[in-house]
Design a protein around this ligand. Structure first.
Ligand code: KIV
Length: 302
C-alpha cells in the first residue's frame, strides 16, 4: 500500500502541474499503460502521468522493436487508456515516421492522438533536429514531451539499445538537444539510458521537468515500462528496471490450475452453472426425442 500521496490527489494532473512539481521538488511518477484495465490499476496506484508508449509494439503486439507501430495502433491504445484514467496526465507517443516527414504531417498526426485518442499531450523522440516540429505542435496547441538519449525509434542508427552520451562530446550535444526542446516549448523531456551525472546536469539546467529511465536518481521524475515492473515481459529485464511483482508467474500458475480443473471435470462447478426449470427442460427433451438426464451425463442416449 502506498504511503506517499500524489502531488494533488483530487485534481486531474496537467502539464503545468508537472512543472510545479519540479519547482516543489516533488518527484514525478510516470508509468506506461496500453489498455483500460492497466490504466485503471496504474491510476488507482496514484501515478501522476501515464505514457502510452510505442513500446506497446514490443510489450503487447509482439514485435522486436517499436518501428512497426502505426498511428492507428497508438490512437486505439490511447483511447483505451484514457477510458481507464480520469486523473493522471495521459501522454501518447508519436510513432516512427509520423512526425519526421514534415511539420504539417506531424500536426495532423498529433491531432488524431489528441482528438480521437483523447491524450492530453504527445511525446516525440529526438533533440535539436525535431525542435522545429515541436514548435509547430506547441503553436497548434498540442503539449509536447521531448525524448533524448536512447531513442528506440533510431535503434538501427544507434547500433542497438545501449547507454548513450557517455563521452564529453555527445554529452554536450545532448545538453544542447535538451535546451533546443525547451526553447521550442516542450513541457518536459524524457532522458533515456544516459549516465546519471549527465541527467543531473540536464535537470539542473532545464526549467521544465526531466523524466528519467535508466538515467539515475537525479531527474525530476521517473518513467518505467508496466510490463518490466510487473514481471509481464518474460525473463529479460533491462538493467534500469526493477521487478516489483511477478504477475506473469501468478497468471501462468492460475491458468495452469484452470486447465487442470477443466481436464479433471472440476470446472465449471455447481456455482458457475445455470439450470433450466424442470418444465422447460422436459419440453425441450421431449421435443428432441430424448429423456431427462443429469447435467454432465455425457453417456450416449442410444
Ligand atoms: O515507449 C516507451 O515506453 C517510452 C519510454 C521507455 C520512455 O518511450
Amino acid at each position: 500500500m502506498s504511503t506517499m500521496v500524489p502531488f494533488d490527489s483530487a485534481r486531474a494532473v496537467t502539464t503545468t502541474a508537472l512543472r510545479a512539481m519540479k519547482e516543489a521538488s516533488r518527484p514525478i511518477v510516470m508509468l506506461t499503460a496500453y489498455d483500460t484495465p492497466s490504466a485503471r490499476l496504474v491510476e488507482a496506484a496514484g501515478v501522476d502521468a501515464i505514457l502510452v508508449g510505442d513500446s506497446l509494439g514490443m510489450t503487447v503486439l509482439g514485435f522486436d522493436s517499436t518501428l512497426p507501430v502505426t498511428l492507428d495502433d497508438m490512437v486505439r491504445h490511447t483511447a483505451a487508456v484514457v477510458r481507464g484514467a480520469t486523473r493522471a496526465l495521459v501522454i501518447a507517443d508519436m510513432p516512427f515516421m509520423t512526425f519526421q516527414v514534415s511539420a504539417d504531417e506531424a500536426v495532423r498526426n498529433a491531432g488524431r492522438l489528441i482528438a480521437e485518442g483523447g491524450a492530453a499531450a504527445v511525446k516525440v523522440e529526438g533533440g535539436a533536429s525535431v525542435a522545429p516540429v515541436v514548435r509547430r505542435l506547441v503553436e497548434a496547441g498540442i503539449p509536447v514531451m521531448g525524448h533524448v538519449g536512447l531513442t528506440p525509434q533510431s535503434v538501427h542508427q544507434l547500433g542497438g539499445y545501449k547507454v548513450q552520451a557517455k563521452e564529453a562530446a555527445p554529452a554536450l550535444a545532448l545538453l544542447e538537444d535538451c535546451r533546443a526542446l525547451e526553447e521550442a516549448g516542450a513541457f518536459a523531456v524524457v532522458l533515456e539510458c544516459i549516465p546519471a551525472e549527465l541527467a543531473a546536469i540536464a535537470t539542473r539546467e532545464l526549467a521544465v521537468p526531466t523524466i528519467g529511465i535508466g538515467a539515475g536518481a537525479g531527474c525530476d521524475g521517473q518513467v518505467q515500462v508496466f510490463h518490466d515492473l510487473l514481471g509481464l515481459g518474460g525473463a529479460f529485464l533491462p538493467r534500469h528496471a526493477k521487478r516489483y511483482a511477478d504477475i506473469g508467474a501468478a497468471i501462468e500458475e492460475a491458468v495452469a490450475r484452470y486447465a487442470d480443473e477443466v481436464r479433471e471435470g472440476a470446472f465449471p462447478a455447481e456455482e458457475q452453472t445455470t439450470h433450466m426449470d424442470v418444465t422447460a427442460r422436459t419440453e425441450v427433451e421431449s421435443a428432441r426425442g430424448g429423456r431427462l438426464r443429469a447435467v454432465g451425463d455425457h453417456a450416449d442416449e442410444g
